[in-house]
Design a protein around this ligand. Structure first.
Ligand SMILES: O=C(O)c1ccccc1NCC(=O)[C@H](O)[C@H](O)COP(=O)(O)O
Length: 315
């Protein structure tokens, strides 16, 4: 059994309270500034659920097999390696634009991996440079099968796996399913283990951007060799100050050391425009943005054309 296919827990942390907690950290607050209920009901619950799932997989696998999977992955890293960072280097230098990573998701829980693969092919035809597939049991009952099917159907583009990453085995599973990288290594979640997770991702040829929320994290992680950073604007949006999310992203992107790469998750065109203006190298066009466009009758091709238009600096 894989960590991503184990049964879903009924309780998940509310996204907004999870964001409020992390946002307080982003704004410079410490644990005392954050109501404990936010913490208990949010990120902690999600991570507890994920830990239980991963723990069940580890139990089933056993220590010896785990060691074997980890060491075999380091001996056979993803090839080609670092497909997303290479694409970022090419696209930003040759075309002067950001890489557009599109989230492909099941329209309903009953969608099959094969149907998801068709959705992925359509996303590429509509202009996606790279794709992202959610593995968490809150989003799909068959995360790794979804990932594998999308990778097989979309060989030309890098495919990222998105999950809460708390153990190196999850990186190995994503690599074995053919992912080019993972989204979900979060500084606030992995704490002192963040750099190890990031460097293990690199050792097996994956891009594993670390999601950061403040300049201190950027500085500390840069010092230990992290070069690919992620910014989730939803975290900043939870602060009731107009423009905080974009200001936070702008500030963090400005803190990145020379040569570092960034990916910013966006939910509307204005966020995409501001993120690119602030220097984002890749934009994750999130599920919510695609769903909102569809609700307005806007198809994916039109949406991605608009993302390109507002982020190419010509408007
Ligand atoms: O979700 C993003 O915007 C994001 C951007 C850049 C790198 C990683 C990103 N997400 C990875 C995650 O694990 C999310 O933080 C987590 O799933 C929560 O996502 P959401 O509920 O959409 O804020």
């Amino acid at each position: 059994m894989s960590s991503s296919s184990s049964s879903s827990s009924s309780s998940s942390g509310s996204s907004s309270s999870r964001h409020r907690y992390i946002a307080a950290r982003a704004a410079g607050g410490d644990d005392d500034d954050v109501p404990s209920t936010s913490y208990q009901n949010s990120l902690e619950v999600t991570i507890k659920r994920k830990s239980k799932q991963v723990e069940a997989t580890l139990q089933e696998l056993g220590m010896e097999a785990l060691e074997e999977r980890l060491s075999s992955a380091t001996q056979n890293p993803a090839s080609p390696a670092y497909r997303l960072s290479r694409l970022v280097a090419e696209t930003t230098q040759m075309q002067g634009r950001a890489v557009i990573v599109v989230e492909v998701m099941r329209p309903t829980p009953a969608t099959t991996p094969q149907q998801l693969a068709k959705i992925a092919q359509t996303a590429i035809q509509c202009g996606a440079d790279a794709l992202c597939v959610r593995l968490d049991t809150e989003d799909t009952p068959q995360g790794l099968q979804d990932l594998f099917a999308v990778v097989q159907a979309a060989k030309r583009v890098p495919v990222l796996a998105r999950d809460w990453i708390i153990h190196p085995l999850q990186l190995v599973e994503a690599k074995e399913a053919g992912a080019a990288g993972v989204l979900g290594v979060i500084g606030q979640v992995n704490g002192r283990g963040t750099a190890v997770m990031s460097s293990f991702g690199s050792a097996i040829g994956l891009d594993a951007p670390v999601e950061v929320v403040n300049a201190r994290e950027v500085e500390g992680l840069s010092r230990v060799g992290v070069t690919f950073f992620g910014i989730n604007l939803s975290v900043g949006l939870s602060v009731a100050v107009p423009g905080f999310a974009s200001d936070m992203a702008h500030g963090l992107l400005g803190e990145l050391p020379f040569g570092a790469i960034s990916i910013v998750g966006v939910k509307d065109l204005e966020q995409a425009r501001k993120a690119r203006m602030s220097g984002a190298d890749a934009l994750l066009v999130k599920k919510e943005m695609i769903e909102a466009a569809a609700a307005e009758g806007k198809d994916l091709r039109t949406l991605l054309d608009q993302v390109l238009y507002v982020t190419c600096g010509d408007d």
